[in-house]
Design a protein around this ligand. Sequence first.
Ligand SMILES: [Zn+2]
Length: 335
Amino acid sequence: MRKILKYFIKKVPNIPFIDHYSSGVGTIFMMHRVDNIDKQGLSNIENLKISPRYLEKIINKLIKMDYDFISLNEIEERLNQKNKRKFIVFTLDDGYKDNYTMAYPIFKKYNIPFTIYITSSFPNKTASLWWYSISKLILKEDVITTVDNINIKVNSREKKEEAFRLLKKKILTFDIKNIEEEICNYLPSYSFDFKQKCKELCMSWEELKKISEDPLVTIGGHTINHPSLNKLSKEEIVTEVMENKKELEEKLSVKVDVFSYPFGGEDTVGEREFRIIDKLGFKNSTTTRTGNIFLIHKSYLSSLPRIALTENYELTKKMFMNPLLINKGKRITLK
Ligand SMILES: [Zn+2]
């Protein structure tokens, strides 16, 4: 289905006045990692990245298209103005080290503000980047056996990709606090080093401190442990969100007043979570649902849509210039 959609998006021509309308007043772009793509890697893992070359390419295209680059803190003001210029906001989720080593020098070169949403367990180096462990296992083996003696064949590229999706779906049902134990119980024949990737890929507090001192950078909240919020009680959500905010503010001496929902799709956050977050005093909060920003979003600052930057510029351009195709004509307001 996704392939058909991508093909359709690629083939439909841009119609300038429709593009102008459907691209709204601006776009918040979502990224996770900025690093070179590993062609041998699984697509689910590699799709978290865009390459530094691509990031520069899109920045140059956007400059030519005469977009304003603004900070996430300026969105509300923009939505209350009659400013006809369209804006772009760049955001990066989680706190990967390459945000500091790869993305930061590029944004600095072009003097473009950006936001990094930090999950505390990343700089604390306690995060389980289990998706890397699972990907490593799938790439290495030909068959994976689960605790119920189900054999998952992973002896071709296609089967490896499919197995990753299958295992990811299963793992996302596990309790985040015991996720390592639950993965080991589910796949008892294998050993995992969950923390190794965290050491390698997560930004440290020192790096975060340095980057947060730059006025171009906004630090946003992204919970302590990156749970699916709809699985938690109201009290647990408030703890995850406010403890993360407190830790970031204390360690980095910055004010944290923007937030991004972990996972952020329809299957993990909804109206209950938006209402809870709305009362916690953030200026705005972003989801991972696809859409541009329209003036109507000044009433929905706790559930703003974003557009994921993909490595394919034509697709990205279609995504944010012509989201009518993706939203079926609806402006995403996430009521
Ligand atoms: Zn995240």
